[in-house]
Design a binder for this molecule. Structure first.
Ligand code: ATP
Ligand code: MG
Length: 387
């Protein structure tokens, strides 16, 4: 990238809201950007109404750009040069900058946001193009130029840039409140995590562990998954629920075909209590309709019946290949496919019910004192903060 660009222009994501919401959006994004770039001491930040600017100082711009690509709420960024809004300065700078670009054809695209600037955008285009044609071998191509040099005249100065890098989009993390995500060691739930964070939803995670049936490797896997996700949210709280006693009670007392349904109901019951305690506004899971017996609409209805709490299932209608693609993109896939079994796979019945009946469920659940076991499990939960 050309070394003469000394500033990064940050464009905002989906900013359909106005007024106070817009202010919150920008303030949150500004804080998140500063946090994400904490390790670059010489950067300086500037927050204006329409954009955030980052002065690069001594820092390596490629590294800063890479980091910004993982910050939700950023629509795109450009490496820019800011100069005073004076046509002679604009012409000279544009010429300098375009000499560093690769290609043989160009187009100038000007935007005059500051209407007090006396020259109209078409005339800026013409004036700048003339200087470039006179001083270089470049030719104009308005339909498919190798180099598109943009010039934006704003109140505080004029920006000149040639590249726009698309970023995550969505909302800044934190503007949409907090969700409790049920995180297994599988492929799906980390993808759900990413999709939630991209909507501005902060995450806490809950994991149900059933030692000695589940290997301690599952916990390492969970930690590694969360570490990978800390590039989107720098700190993630994980609650690990000891689930063995509940699972054993289920498998001793309940007809095998109903075990998964009832186990999932227990998970939801516990998740709801933890979510309330932690001021999470929703519970989220990696469930996807039809993927397994416990994720048919009938099963989801039977499982969801234990709670009024809002449940978000970001993957509900995605197919597995789409989910895997995202998992690979966010680099959780290779961790997820490590061969450790989780509590669901170990106890998986041969013939799980795809359409469980509520009266049957109630009859089975009456056989175990689950309220007491749930209380104990929550009391014995362990908490970790992943940074
Ligand atoms: P995943 O790939 O996320 O494990 P899955 O397709 O294997 O999903 P299930 O095992 O039925 O499906 O789990 C569905 C969802 O339930 C998971 O995405 C996750 O949100 C939650 N879940 C399952 N097992 C656990 C667990 N041990 N701890 C926490 N959440 C779990
Ligand atoms: Mg699973």
């Amino acid at each position: 990238m050309a070394s003469r660009y000394d500033l990064i222009m940050v464009r905002f994501g989906e900013l359909s809201t106005k007024g106070k919401n817009k202010k919150d959006f920008i303030q949150t994004l500004y804080t998140n950007i500063k946090n994400a770039l904490k390790s670059f001491p010489s950067l300086e930040f500037e927050k204006l109404y329409d954009h955030i600017y980052i002065h690069l100082g001594e820092e390596d711009c490629e590294e800063v750009v890479e980091r910004l690509k993982d910050v939700s709420g950023i629509h795109s960024i450009s490496l820019v040069k800011r100069v005073v809004s004076d046509i002679e300065v604009i012409k000279a700078t544009a010429l300098e900058l375009i000499k560093e670009e690769e290609g043989t054809t160009f187009k100038i695209k000007s935007k005059r946001a500051n209407k007090e600037f006396p020259i109209k955008s078409d005339d800026i285009n013409r004036a700048v193009a003339t200087v470039i044609l006179k001083n270089t071998d470049l030719k104009v191509n308005v339909h498919n130029p190798d180099i598109l040099l943009s010039i934006e005249v704003r109140d505080e100065g004029t920006y000149i840039f040639s590249k726009t890098i698309p970023c995550l989009g969505g909302y800044p993390l934190g503007v949409a409140g907090k969700s409790l995500l049920m995180l297994s060691g599988g492929i799906d739930s980390p993808v759900a995590a990413y999709l939630l964070m991209r909507r501005g939803i902060t995450l806490e995670c809950i994991h149900f562990a059933s030692p000695p049936y589940t290997n301690v490797g599952v916990i390492y896997k969970i930690r590694d998954l969360l570490k990978t996700l800390t590039k989107y949210q720098s700190q993630i709280r994980l609650t690990i629920i000891p689930f063995t006693e509940i699972q054993e009670a289920i498998y001793k007392n309940i007809d095998e075909s109903y075990c998964i349904t009832i186990m999932r109901r227990m998970m939801y019951r516990i998740a709801e209590k933890v979510a309330r305690e932690r001021h999470c506004k929703v519970i989220a899971t990696g469930e996807s309709v039809g993927q397994v017996a416990s994720q048919t609409l009938d099963s989801l209805q039977a499982i969801n019946e234990v709670t009024n709490f809002p449940i978000i299932r970001p993957l509900a209608v995605m197919d597995k290949l789409e989910i895997i693609k995202v998992a690979q993109h966010i680099k959780t896939y290779d961790i997820s496919i490590r061969p450790f079994e989780d509590c669901c796979t170990i106890f998986a019945p041969k013939n799980p019910k795809t359409a469980p009946k509520l009266d049957e469920i109630r009859k089975f659940e009456a056989k175990i004192d689950y309220e007491a076991m749930i209380k104990t499990a929550i009391e014995k939960a362990e908490v970790e903060i992943i940074n």
